[in-house]
Design a protein around this ligand. Structure first.
Ligand SMILES: [Zn+2]
Length: 275
């Protein structure tokens, strides 16, 4: 069970779930990857798949099941593909669309149960405990306050297509963080196929650009490439990509004020030029 705890002011919240201390891959023992094709029996029963085949058998392109080590009481894993290493920057556009369609399916399935957070941790540096690329769907009860930043104005534009814009907001807490938002009023759960295609396209393009920024800057390359992204359940929604080029340290932890020495305008210019 998830245990939500507030501080004495009721302004700050944390959640604890002791079952997570035994997460797969965190006990130092060797194991076979439960997210790879043919290992479907190592996971809880699947709740959704994109692709062919029978449930809990190979043939899938994207696969969803309950998280064995949940943070929240409703918590699912979305495996991005049967491939152990490939991720969004290497997939066909169609595969990225499959992942977004899966997110939308799970969002709609759970939206009456609470606030649905969709997030992806890529590489161990971003907090992932299993390397096989996957996202997570986590539902926070409506009565637990969450502190998600509201959508920020779209300035410092990097790229724009018919439906979406990517940009570095003035309020950028992390170096080179990228926000993607809809140009119109489309809600995430109602995106049409043509919009999903354009979202997949701009998301993939931005991650490719971040990977190049990482490899171009030798001081970042001491650490592997990693990032988080999440889709805000607020209205209007947005997708925020946070590259993990830098660590958080004592100043941020003590003040709650984030340090970002790469100006958002400069970051957007570098990202725009990066091909
Ligand atoms: Zn795997």
């Amino acid at each position: 069970m998830s245990n939500y705890i507030s501080d004495s002011s009721n302004l700050h919240w944390m959640v604890s779930n002791p079952a997570r201390t035994t997460r797969t891959g965190m006990d130092g023992k060797s194991f076979r990857c439960p997210f790879c094709a043919d290992n479907e029996s190592d996971t809880p029963p699947e709740t959704y798949r994109a692709g062919e085949g029978e449930p809990n058998k190979p043939g899938w392109q994207v696969r969803v099941f309950a998280n064995l080590f949940p943070i929240t009481d409703i918590h699912e894993v979305v495996v991005h593909s049967p491939d152990h290493e490939k991720n969004i920057e290497n997939f066909s556009l169609e595969q990225v669309e499959n992942i977004i369609k899966t997110y939308i399916n799970r969002f709609n399935f759970f939206k009456e149960k609470g606030k649905v957070f969709i997030f992806h941790n890529y590489s161990l540096i971003s907090g992932a405990s299993l390397v096989h690329p996957h996202s997570q769907i986590s539902v926070v009860p409506n009565d637990i306050p969450t502190n998600t930043i509201a959508v920020q104005p779209a300035i410092n534009i990097i790229e724009q297509n018919n439906d979406f814009v990517s940009y570095c907001p003035e309020y950028s807490e992390w170096s080179y963080e990228i926000w993607i938002k809809a140009l119109g009023q489309s809600k995430f759960e109602d995106l049409k196929d043509s919009e999903i295609k354009n979202l997949a396209n701009i998301l993939q393009l931005m991650i490719k650009k971040l990977k190049k920024i990482h490899s171009k800057n030798s001081h970042y390359s001491k650490k592997p490439f990693g990032y988080n992204f999440y889709i805000s359940p607020n209205d209007p929604w947005y997708l925020r990509i946070i590259p993990r080029f830098m660590e958080r340290a004592g100043f941020e932890l003590s003040t709650g004020i984030m340090v970002n020495s790469i100006e958002a305008k400069r970051a957007s210019e570098e990202l725009r030029k990066m091909v």
